[in-house]
Design a protein around this ligand. Structure first.
Ligand SMILES: Nc1ncnc2c1ncn2[C@@H]1O[C@H](COP(=O)(O)OP(=O)(O)OP(=O)(O)O)[C@@H](O)[C@H]1O
Ligand SMILES: [Mg+2]
Length: 225
């Protein structure tokens, strides 16, 4: 098996039957090991919803998500958390860092949740923060970081466990061009160095064209670009 993530006939809707919002209407997607995929689409087309379903953060109304041969629906809550922690990295549309923890502690957290001792987790988190050029900001808490620094911290947190697949939801949404380019360089380094698959939701068409595949989410399904 050389695909890491596979979605089969995903459907998702929100709300009660009478005013149901159908967001995903039969999405099929196979992410191969080491593949880079961009997902584009207008605001409200369901990109975040799709990424949440792929990452096990949202259970689709219908359809199956396979993560390295495991049907996410078959996993208990604890197994699902473990699979997410060990196999996936998630960069949220809004960074979701814990405000009361330092950047270093935020990045070390997934390692500690995975069972690593605090000293080792802190050491690996430090290396990852150096990698995203935040070694001078490690003790800062997120409210004291700039937008770009927060996003780089969020990326370090997603990458620190060396996931097989990184799911990133507009990771450069409100960053300047140069900082955004640096974020993408970091993700591509991870892709080349560790063979991590990338699924990136973006509005940046220049970036999307540089990926192996670009898919547009429109009317609830994915279309090749
Ligand atoms: N929890 C929810 N309850 C009800 N409707 C929701 C919920 N989450 C999302 N939606 C609706 O589902 C649709 C898709 O939302 P989603 O956030 O996936 O879009 P998106 O493509 O990520 O948009 P953006 O580019 O603005 O981030 C929208 O119409 C949104 O209003
Ligand atoms: Mg979104």
């Amino acid at each position: 098996m050389n695909h890491v993530l596979q979605a089969i006939d995903l459907h998702h809707h929100f709300g009660p039957t009478q005013d149901r919002v159908a967001v995903l209407c039969g999405v099929n997607l196979t992410v191969q090991a080491g593949e880079q995929i961009a997902i584009v689409g207008t605001s409200g087309s369901g990109k975040s919803t799709l990424l949440h379903c792929l990452g096990g953060l949202e259970q689709p109304t219908q359809g199956t998500v396979w993560l390295q041969g495991c049907d996410l629906r078959q996993l208990s809550t604890a197994e699902l958390s473990r699979a997410r922690n060990q196999q996936l990295g998630f960069v949220y549309q809004f960074h979701h860092l814990l405000a009361e923890l330092s950047a270093l502690e935020n990045v070390a957290l997934p390692l500690m949740l995975g069972g690593l001792r605090r000293t080792q987790a802190m050491a690996q988190a430090t290396t990852m923060l150096q990698h995203v050029s935040l070694d001078k900001r490690m003790q800062h808490k997120p409210p004291a970081l700039s937008g770009g620094e927060r996003q780089r911290t969020a990326l370090a947190r997603a990458m620190v466990t060396r996931p097989v697949c990184l799911l990133a939801d507009e990771p450069t949404g409100n960053l300047d061009r140069q900082t955004a380019a640096r974020m993408y360089d970091l993700m591509r380094e991870l892709n080349r160095g560790q063979g991590t698959s990338l699924v990136i939701v973006t509005h940046d068409l220049m970036l999307a064209r540089q990926m192996d595949r670009c898919l547009m989410l429109r009317d609830g399904t994915l279309h090749s670009q």
